[in-house]
Design a protein around this ligand. Sequence first.
Ligand code: SF4
Ligand code: SF4
Length: 67
Amino acid sequence: MERVRIDVERCKGCGLCKEFCPKGIISLAGYFNRMGYHPATVSDQEKCTSCAACARMCPDVAIEVYR
Ligand code: SF4
Ligand code: SF4
């Protein structure tokens, strides 16, 4: 089940979501998005608790969390 959806084209690769995820499941992808940033990706959706810390931290409102 997908709990977190990151809009990779909105993401500026700041890494704040990665820093604040208590589960440590967010990383920055190796590829570039259209704006030239490495977008955040969630490695293991199953470990996500839907705490939404990542979504609250994102300055670009690129993250949606589902319960
Ligand atoms: S909702 Fe919480 S556990 Fe899930 S990816 Fe975001 S910060 Fe991590
Ligand atoms: S906080 Fe938002 S803009 Fe920053 S890396 Fe995460 S998804 Fe991208």
